[in-house]
Design a protein around this ligand. Structure first.
Ligand code: XMP
Length: 508
């Protein structure tokens, strides 16, 4: 779709997504492909440059991921990072050995030779190193550009062939001028134009969707989360009056959320159907307190409600999904071929008969999805929404669900989000949990026997691990005081101070 693309070949490095995002931040579109990608496919992609990522292996170990040596004589500039640099050197006849002493962390790097990579930078740099191997002998035609106390070849180049390498990681913040180095590669070596913008992305997708679906109708399961909402907004621009959005309201949304979604999307040129299915879900969940069982029942019921509604639109030919680029990378397959089972609550039915899938966001990272949403006029509170599990508040109420408990949690959660939101504390996800514990309290002269609400607030980069947020005591006190005063049925508030692992972010 983009005339100018940088190809990132993945050798198993943990920073591949970060590299791809950094390249896009420079205004250059990037795609990540597995290291095994054939030369033929690479030619088809026709990149202006390639970046080989780091990885946990040793290039000389058996079964390490290798690429073809011909990759380096395609006339396309290559930047190898860490393992990627070692591999390039190794395949072209250099020597890679274990380091005498591994280098980890922020390390001073001295630039020894002027190079386009270090244009505009002073000779003393700080960079993130993380390696146990290093290049000891360079292949013919290569020169060393920089060194550290223990690494003689911290950056290398064969300018005549357009081949460059960093032993360190320019993509991370710990490499102070890493972005300038990446820019130097993109603009100084690959001669990028840097004209990739979200405007272009929207225009291209609008055109592509129009071409794909023609006059046919498209169905979208709108959950109200960031991805499906932005997907709906983009499709309503591309194919107004051909989009049907089904919003299954299971009754486990946060305070006012369902109404907000309805308000936003009924204003657009789409057919918006809100199914208020709370009674059905609660009925199915009666007497159920085991978390996995709750999730399964909710997932199954969601599919049933969605299918019942979808039947009413027999003229619909395409199914739209808010799949985003990290989902595509993770699944490692051509995402258009399968309907992701984990995308919406419980996954959509595989047996639904559609001509095809429409996934207009599947080239975007989350921050780009948010930017697109903003450009399409969605309100900030919707775009910057925290992650919210598909089963919603149902898995934040420990034990059996009731309408009363849901109402109570909704109020407590609204207070938590309001207070932490306006405190500007550094916290990535925060919410209230209704525990199944009741305890004795005192209100005025009366004894109470009411529920305990737990606060959960965490800091995390990837939601795979987290630390509990070190919120100020004054903020915690204010939240506790507001909840116990304003939410009838709660007389105690506790703060969850566990990290993940061993706990998870959600309680169920
Ligand atoms: P856990 O509880 O596993 O959560 O530490 C990690 C992140 O994932 C979110 N989460 C979900 N998101 N469907 C989702 O779309 C789910 O079923 C689900 N369960 C947990 C959770 O809020 C946290 O951000």
């Amino acid at each position: 779709m983009n005339s100018e693309v940088v190809l990132i070949l993945d050798f198993g490095g943990q920073y591949k997504e970060l590299i791809a995002r950094r390249v896009r931040e420079c205004g250059v579109y990037s795609v990540i492909k597995p290291y095994k990608t054939s030369l033929e496919e690479i030619r088809k992609i026709n990149p202006i440059g390639m970046i080989l990522t780091g990885g946990p292996n040793s290039v000389y170990a058996p079964e390490s991921p290798l690429c073809s040596k011909e990759l380096f004589s395609m006339g396309i500039p290559v930047l190898g990072i860490c393992y990627g640099m070692q591999l390039m050197n190794y395949l072209l006849g250099g020597t890679v050995n274990p380091c005498e002493k591994s280098e980890y962390g922020r390390i001073p790097v001295t630039i020894d030779r002027p190079s386009v990579l270090f244009e505009g930078l002073s000779p003393e740099q700080v960079a993130l190193m993380s390696h146990t191997d290093q290049v000891s002998v360079l292949p013919e035609g290569f020169e060393s550009l920089a060194h550290t106390a223990t690494c003689p070849n911290a950056a290398v180049a064969n300018p005549a062939k357009g081949l460059y390498g960093f032993q360190f990681h320019p993509e991370v913040e710990n490499t102070v001028h890493g972005m300038e180095m990446l820019k130097n590669f993109l603009f100084g070596v690959c001669h990028a134009r840097g004209d990739y913008t979200m405007d272009d992305y929207i225009d291209t997708q609008v055109a592509a969707v129009r071409e794909k679906v023609g006059k046919d109708k498209v169905l979208l399961a709108l959950s109200g989360g960031v991805d499906s909402s932005v997907c709906a907004a983009l499709l309503s621009k591309a194919i107004p009056n051909q989009l049907v959005c089904i919003f299954v309201d299971h009754g486990f949304m946060r305070k006012n959320e369902g109404d907000e979604i309805e308000r936003i999307f009924t204003k657009k040129d789409v057919e918006f159907v809100r199914v208020n299915a709370a009674d059905r879900f609660l009925e199915k969940l009666r007497g159920v307190s085991e978390p996995e069982q709750k999730r399964k029942i909710i997932g199954k019921e969601f599919v049933e409600v969605f299918q019942e509604q979808a039947k009413r639109f027999s003229d619909v030919k395409y199914l739209a999904q808010g799949t985003i680029y990290p989902d595509v990378i993770e699944s490692g397959t051509d995402s258009s071929a399968t309907i992701k089972s984990h995308h919406n609550v419980g996954g959509l039915p595989k047996n639904m008969d559609f001509k095809g899938l429409v996934e207009p966001l599947n080239g975007l990272f989350k921050d780009e999805v948010r930017r697109v949403g903003k450009m399409l006029g969605l309100p900030n509170y919707l775009i910057n929404r925290q992650p919210f599990p598909g089963p919603g508040l149902a898995i934040r109420i420990i034990g059996e669900l009731t309408r009363e408990k849901l109402d109570l949690l909704r109020e407590a959660d609204a207070i938590v989000r309001e207070e932490i939101g306006k405190s500007r504390s550094k916290v990535n996800q925060y919410f209230a949990v209704l525990t199944n514990v009741r305890s004795v309290g005192v209100m005025g002269d009366d004894r109470t026997y009411d529920y305990t609400v737990a606060l959960r607030a965490v800091t995390t980069n990837d939601f795979m691990t987290c630390e509990y947020a070190k919120l100020p005591h004054s903020l915690l006190s204010k939240i506790a005081s507001r909840i116990t005063n304003e939410v009838k049925g709660v007389n105690r508030v506790v703060y969850d101070i566990t990290s993940k692992p061993p706990a998870t972010i959600e309680w169920e």
